[in-house]
Design a protein around this ligand. Structure first.
Ligand SMILES: NC(=O)c1ccc[n+]([C@@H]2O[C@H](COP(=O)([O-])OP(=O)(O)OC[C@H]3O[C@@H](n4cnc5c(N)ncnc54)[C@H](OP(=O)(O)O)[C@@H]3O)[C@@H](O)[C@H]2O)c1
Length: 276
């Protein structure tokens, strides 16, 4: 992607912010990044932090950009897209990071057949440690795919999937996933406090352990199952805890929870999009 591609974010909240920050940190020129949002105060903050041009009118932003990133909540996407109908041109490339809403519904709301990528990043994008799954509709060409990969890889790893429904699976695993790990950290902190540690030490132990274990899983050539086995001595303390987790069907709990997130993404697509 050339650094002169004009990228506009509709929605400059958590995820819009993470992606803008990632682009800027990776050296993308701030004059080629723009954002619009319903919240004027927020726009002002983004302008002050990044020096990007901001717009209260989404259609004005669209007119000033080549690539548009839809980063609003699913519930307002229909209204946002409908508002772009009169300004969108066939050469615009649309990237949606919105959970659940299908590419066909977005194009129907936009009023035509546009090159559209559905993607699912996650909040570690803020630290440039995200992971994003991407699906392209049939109008997206190779050059446009490269543009999307370049934008989304500024905030972490990214990969393409061939089937759109896999975006819902990615939503359930990595899109919502950071919250699962925060919940585990929170639970471990509470458990540490119950075992007599003070709050500060309890929190440091659970957060740093999570960070260290993730780092090992990322850097090691061994898979998580092997890494776990390596630290589980027979009849030791770790084995006692792992057996307790497994007696309470830990894997089943995780499978049920991620299925609930997957079903919810599907439900959103039915509720807010066209019935299948
Ligand atoms: N957060 C995650 O972990 C995550 C991960 C992957 C994907 N996503 C997807 O990313 C999207 C954005 O999530 P988020 O967490 O960034 O939400 P967010 O923080 O609420 O940001 C959305 C922004 O859009 C603004 N907005 C509302 N209506 C608008 C309109 N008509 N035109 C322009 N801007 C409008 C909101 O303003 P107001 O607050 O004033 O309404 C808000 O500032 C969601 O669709 C979500 O599914 C989120």
């Amino acid at each position: 992607m050339q650094n002169k591609t004009l990228i506009g974010f509709i929605g400059a909240g958590n995820m819009g912010y993470a992606l803008i920050k990632g682009l800027i940190n990776s050296g993308y020129p701030s004059e080629n990044i723009k954002a619009s949002d319903a919240n004027e105060e927020l726009l002002q903050k983004r302008n002050e932090e990044f020096g990007i041009n901001v717009y209260i009118d989404n259609a004005e932003l669209l007119k000033a950009c080549d690539v548009i990133v839809l980063a609003v909540k699913p519930q307002v996407l229909n209204e946002v897209c409908t508002g772009l109908r009169d300004s969108i041109k066939p050469n615009h490339l649309v990237i949606s990071i919105v959970a659940g809403i299908r590419a066909n519904d977005i194009n129907r709301w936009l009023g035509g057949e546009f090159a559209l990528v559905r993607s699912m990043p996650n909040t570690p994008a803020l630290m440039q440690q995200g992971i994003t799954g991407m699906f392209a509709n049939k109008l997206v060409n190779d050059e446009q795919k490269t543009i999307v990969t370049t934008i989304l890889s500024t905030v972490g790893q990214c990969f393409w999937v061939k089937e759109e429904k896999l975006i819902d699976a990615i939503t359930a695993i990595s899109g919502s996933g950071p919250a699962y790990f925060f919940l585990l950290m929170q639970s471990m902190t509470q458990a540490a406090i119950a075992l007599g540690l003070d709050k500060e030490a309890a929190s440091a132990l659970s957060v740093q352990t999570s960070y260290g274990a993730s780092m090992m899983a990322v850097k090691s050539e061994e898979d998580p199952q092997t890494l776990r086995r390596n630290v589980t001595s027979p009849n030791g303390t770790t084995q006692a805890a792992i057996e307790s987790f497994q007696d309470q069907n830990f894997e089943g709990i995780v499978a049920t929870a991620t299925r609930a997130a997957y079903d919810k993404a599907h439900e959103i697509s039915i509720e807010l999009g066209e019935k299948e």
